[in-house]
Design a protein around this ligand. Structure first.
Ligand SMILES: C[S@@+](CC[C@H](N)C(=O)[O-])C[C@H]1O[C@@H](n2cnc3c(N)ncnc32)[C@H](O)[C@@H]1O
Length: 169
């Protein structure tokens, strides 16, 4: 917002009014998000929440100038089919059967294509998009660079499950 205002000042243009749409799944606590939004010191910015999956249409056709997705697009729309044999693992792990990595990769290709298709319908011509999300190496999808955290989650969950069995629930 500061940069837009400064560019407009230098060019002797009037600063545009900005409308920002914050998107998350409907289960998200939008009230907490709205309460945490800072005041914009009188700058013309209007913030609204849009509840829904970004793997569906969210906005009217050709209405959006700029899309930013931060740290969200690595969440898939669903668990892919064909990973039933991935017992004792969350996601792709060193001990996963070979088809698991392929199943997740295909699900990702489908989901990401849908994201791009729907956003392309919603964005104006010459709109811009900035996406930041976690990737993983194709040659070594279980490389420690991206996956250590999932291995730790898996261990914690397996510990919890073992404890539930142990107390006889
Ligand atoms: C790690 S948080 C990132 C939050 C924020 N964008 C940031 O950068 O701090 C990922 C968010 O993506 C949301 N999310 C996951 N799948 C989504 C989907 N299909 N549509 C919309 N939001 C989704 C989750 O509910 C979660 O709030």
């Amino acid at each position: 917002m500061d940069i837009i205002a400064s560019v407009c000042r230098q060019a002797h243009w009037e600063s545009p009014e900005l409308q920002v749409f914050l998107n998350d799944l409907p289960q998200n606590d939008f009230n907490t998000v709205f309460k945490s939004i800072p005041a914009f010191n009188g700058k013309p910015c209007f913030v609204a929440g849009v509840a829904g999956s970004f793997y569906q249409r969210l906005f009217p056709s050709k209405s959006i100038h700029f899309v930013h997705s931060s740290y969200s697009l690595h969440w898939l729309s669903k668990v892919p089919r064909g990973v039933e044999a991935n017992k004792g693992n969350l996601y792709i792990a060193k001990t996963s059967p070979p088809n698991v990595s392929k199943a997740y990769s295909e699900q990702y290709r489908n989901d990401f294509s849908r994201f791009l298709r729907f956003r392309s319908e919603e964005m104006i011509t010459e709109g811009r998009m900035l996406l930041t999300f976690i990737g993983r190496s194709i040659t070594d999808p279980t490389s420690k660079d991206c996956c250590t955290i999932w291995d730790l989650f898996t261990k914690s969950l397996l510990d919890l499950v073992a404890e539930v069995h142990w107390i006889g629930v």
